[in-house]
Design a protein around this ligand. Structure first.
Ligand code: NI
Length: 252
């Protein structure tokens, strides 16, 4: 069985047909899904989905590309959601210097404040990091609180540094792309004990469906590629990554 540790059934693209996408996932042995927020609306939907289905869990948070106007009142709402037992993580949060809609200073402020909330509630963080590895590393080291590097696209060396801080490395669609040398390197060289799988749907659809709308059922293709790169049976990739996900999220 598979655990899609990062999906956006709460996004406008998938939410309208979420029942269908959930059926597809179950039909493909994707038995657990973590629905991840990136703003207040998507966080609210994540909590609602987690209450509707017992195999869906929620993460709530305000992401680096959505925090331009985030206030302390908004963070109080996230704080409240974190009291909910169906909310198992805070995310996605982090830094993204690829887009310049939000200044690095504002991104850091909101990231920092949410790290404090995660520690308060003792829930792991789901980290979005794009073109900001050193600053993200410094922030996580400073707070000393563990979680997941979501849709990890950095180097093997950097991955090892995050693992040393107590983080899991989560691989998404790019590992299946033909010319994606770096994520394939990470899949081959990082121990399965430190890996998770995710779709990040509706984005980053894996090969061979690249260009189409992504959905949780496609997490199987991520596992298949990791199995190939590690010379493992896909069943063992599925069971190991599901075990890791349950461990980090505290699911019995
Ligand atoms: Ni995401």
């Amino acid at each position: 069985m598979y655990f899609d540790t990062h999906c956006h059934l709460n996004s406008d693209e998938l939410y309208v047909d979420h029942d269908m996408f959930i059926k597809n996932a179950l039909a493909n042995d994707v038995r657990y899904m973590m629905v991840v927020g990136y703003d207040l609306t998507s966080s609210k939907r994540a909590v609602e989905l987690a209450h509707e289905y017992d195999f869906i869990y929620a993460a709530v948070g305000i992401g680096p590309n959505d925090c331009k106007d985030t206030t302390d009142q908004d963070l109080n709402i996230i704080d409240k959601y974190l009291e909910d037992p169906r909310v198992l993580a805070l995310g996605e949060i982090g830094l993204d210097y690829y887009w310049d809609d939000v200044t690095p200073e504002k991104q850091k402020e909101i990231f920092d404040k949410q790290m404090i909330l995660a520690k308060k509630h003792q829930k792991p963080v789901l980290i979005h990091c794009r073109d900001a590895y050193e600053d993200t590393y410094d922030m996580l080291k400073h707070h000393g609180h563990p979680g997941v590097m979501h849709c990890y696209s950095g180097s093997v060396e950097m991955a090892k540094r995050f693992i040393n801080l107590g983080f899991y490395i989560s691989l998404a669609g790019p590992v299946t792309f033909k010319n994606a040398r770096v994520p394939k390197d990470v899949a081959a060289n990082i121990n399965i004990e430190n890996l998770l799988i995710e779709t990040d749907c509706p984005y980053l659809t894996p090969h061979p469906y690249r260009g189409k709308l992504n959905e949780p059922a496609n997490v199987v293709y991520i596992a298949q590629e990791i199995a190939k790169l590690k010379n493992m049976e896909i069943e063992n990739v599925a069971s190991a990554t599901t075990f890791n996900a349950k461990k980090v999220f505290g699911i019995k």
